[in-house]
Design a protein around this ligand. Structure first.
Ligand code: TXA
Ligand code: MG
Length: 332
């Protein structure tokens, strides 16, 4: 029997070539028929399927080569869809959604009967998010059914932030790509586990710890990079993520850049002799750094770089999420 991740060509999967679509209504139609379609969101591009179609959900895992115990986020068009997903949403989850939704916040809620174990990875909870991006929102409204949507990359690779990056990752393995703008935020949503007390920040994102603490003063922070993988409460945190083929080296200062040949640099501080590097991107803010991080990783791969030096940032604001992605990439 073929295992998850064994698929190598479109023919193996029995798929037609991937359709490039520009109309959200066409994307909704393909999804309604059980298709798997990449869609833009404000964070990163997602690979969507109807949450109530077991076969379509299965194909999402296959196309990504995603481990079966890594659960999916269910995406909703609006708040009142939540009743179909869970029948006892905690006060903590409600208050985060009140404050930050629609937007880049994902909360866990007790899983309702309509959500399959395949989606929750066998957990009693399910993660939900209401994206703000108007294109994916138009798809959800036209379809009228929640969508699962993990990031539209092969498992372990950086999340795609443009439709072209999705094509590079998944062409021939998925039914369609809905063309949209480059993702505005560039790193995945902030994930908060609201099924335990106190609630726990599982994945930092553009909604910062400081903002979360205004709503949930007792929120705890998981430090997955330095934790024993067996004890992690979010299965997704156990896996290597976000890594380009180039070796990522984190630095604070230019003096730590020991090699230049076939190497690149990303950071907030300008460096001398930038032309001796094969790639050099200096960003003016941490938000801009986050927005272009994953596409810079892809650029490094396209250039065949051996090393990519990434300057560390302060853990304030989006900096915590940005450092999380860079530390994971460096760990790989
Ligand atoms: O910004 C985003 O969240 C993007 C866009 C497409 O919406 N989606 C995304 O999905 O990043 P994915 O599957 O790549 O990451 C989902 C993360 C994983 O780390 C997963 O383990 C965690 O959320 N997760 C999902 N359900 C969970 C649950 N019930 N409990 C704890 N963690 C959960
Ligand atoms: Mg992902």
């Amino acid at each position: 029997m073929q295992k998850v991740g064994d698929w190598s060509t479109a023919a193996d999967m029995g798929l037609k070539p991937t359709e490039i679509v520009t109309n959200p209504l066409r994307a909704a139609e393909l999804l309604r028929l059980g298709g798997i379609v990449a869609v833009p969101t404000e964070t990163v591009y997602g690979l969507a399927a109807r949450y109530d179609d077991v076969q379509a959900v299965e194909r999402v895992f296959l196309a990504k080569g995603r481990p079966a115990d890594n659960p999916l986020i269910v995406h909703l068009a609006e708040r009142n869809w939540l009743a179909a997903i869970s029948d006892c949403v905690s006060r903590e989850a409600e208050s985060l959604l009140d404050r930050f939704s629609p937007g880049p916040i994902t909360v866990t809620v007790p899983k309702g009967a309509s959500v399959s174990d395949r989606i929750s990875g066998g957990l009693p909870s399910v993660a939900v998010r209401i994206p703000a991006d108007p294109t994916v929102n138009a798809v959800l409204r036209a379809l009228g059914i929640p969508l699962v949507a993990p990031s539209a990359n092969r498992s372990g690779r950086p999340s795609p932030t443009t439709w072209e990056a999705v094509r590079d990752e998944l062409d021939g393995r998925i039914d369609a790509i809905l063309v949209g703008e480059p993702a505005r935020i560039g790193i995945e949503s902030t994930v908060v586990d609201c099924c335990q007390l106190p609630p726990v920040l599982l994945r930092p994102g553009s909604i910062s710890l400081e903002e979360l603490a205004e709503v949930l003063p007792n929120i705890q922070v998981l430090d997955p990079i330095h934790m024993d993988t067996e004890t992690l409460s979010s299965p997704g945190l156990r896996y290597r993520h976000y890594a380009p083929a180039a070796r990522v080296v984190l630095v604070d200062r230019e003096e730590e850049i020991l090699e230049r040949n076939n190497c690149g640099y990303l950071g907030l501080t300008c460096i001398a002799n930038a032309e001796s590097l094969a790639l050099c991107r200096v960003f003016s803010t941490a938000d801009e750094y986050a927005r272009w991080l994953f596409s810079s990783f892809r650029e490094a791969d396209q250039l065949g770089l051996a090393r990519l030096y990434c300057q560390r940032v302060a853990l304030a604001g989006i900096g915590r999420g940005l450092m999380d992605r860079m530390e994971r990439a460096a760990k790989g």
